[in-house]
Design a protein around this ligand. Structure first.
Ligand SMILES: [Zn+2]
Length: 318
């Protein structure tokens, strides 16, 4: 999610986004330990664990040393924790917050890492990585043993507002917008509803995963659809934070995709012309937006490895 993806959605949406409600903004440098242009494994690991690693690695240093993620630190400090993703929960970005594997494609091992954690809520796709496995384990049964309520539809997700929830609502990846409907904003509201029961607080990672995929496809129309879905989700989160007054919201990306730019357009007609310069990711820094207590710590240029320590300090985590 680079500035062009954001601006395309803003133009298409009558020159307005919920994202604009954020009061501080900056830029995150996304390069990985071995590449000018990061993938989502190294990009997610930098955001979650505070270390630059090699592309494709999840939750560990380039030398394969496991690093605790901010979600795991929050959990160890008795905060509630959650992940909501518009893709499989075992995909690279959500995985970076909970798993430790040499390769992002080790989906079945990543699913097992969810069982090793005490995460309170996770909602997304990827059910088959829990049920249809080479080792024949049924991880849904093991989640039930760990007192998770299992939801397989968005309505089942919305019916649960306390305890632990595993929302595995698609067998494989989540469908794209508009087929996905309100899955992301509704799952986010459901997750917040459970997580805010903990008086000590919570950490929640939410990913609008398919802005990247639409950008890989160089499809500007779908970029706008996925961006507006993510922005609606941002609106729900900012509504919560405004009311709560004690929640920090940080919005950023692990990298830009497509080398997207918008040379021309017409704001009054809500039109823009997009050019993509690559089918892959690009190396440019990505925007960061923040709202709430401590938001001022996320302005100016920053390394993508700086988020974890800043959050730890603000939440006084040990
Ligand atoms: Zn990508």
């Amino acid at each position: 999610m680079g500035l062009s993806q954001i601006y395309a959605a803003m133009v298409a949406n009558n020159n307005k986004l919920n994202l604009e409600r954020c009061t501080y903004s900056g830029f995150s440098k996304t390069y990985s330990s071995n590449n000018f242009t990061t993938d989502s494994g190294a990009g997610g690991t930098a955001l979650a664990c505070g270390v630059k690693t090699k592309n494709n690695m999840i939750g560990m240093t380039p030398d394969s040393i496991t690093v605790e993620s901010i979600l795991e630190v929050a959990e160890r400090n008795n905060l509630s924790t959650g992940i909501v993703a518009a893709c499989a929960v075992t995909h690279a970005t959500p995985a970076s917050f909970i798993a430790h594997q040499h390769n992002r494609n080790m989906y079945e091992e990543i699913a097992l890492d969810f069982l090793k954690s005490d995460i309170d809520v996770f909602i997304g796709g990827g059910r088959k990585n829990f049920t249809d496995r080479a080792d024949n384990l049924n991880l849904i049964d093991k989640l039930k043993e760990k007192n998770y309520a299992i939801a397989q539809t968005i309505d089942e997700v919305k019916a649960i507002n306390s305890g632990k929830l595993a929302g595995l609502i698609y067998n494989n990846q989540n469908p794209a917008m508009p087929e996905r409907g309100n899955m992301l904003p509704e799952s986010t509201v459901a997750a917040l509803d459970i997580l805010d029961n903990n008086k000590k607080g919570f950490f929640l990672m939410i990913e609008g995963s398919q802005i990247d995929w639409a950008s890989h496809d160089n499809n500007a129309e779908n970029v706008v659809k996925e961006m507006l879905d993510f922005d609606e989700t941002i609106g729900k989160v900012l509504d919560f934070a405004e009311q709560d007054k004690n929640t920090l919201v940080i919005i950023t990306a692990d990298h830009e995709t497509g080398g997207m730019t918008i040379p021309t357009g017409d704001i009054a007609k809500k039109e823009f012309n997009a050019i993509f310069t690559t089918k892959g990711h690009s190396g440019v820094p990505v925007p960061v937006f923040a709202f709430g207590p401590g938001a001022q710590n996320f302005s100016g240029f920053m390394e993508n490895t700086s988020f974890k320590s800043k959050i730890e300090k603000l939440l006084k985590l040990k």
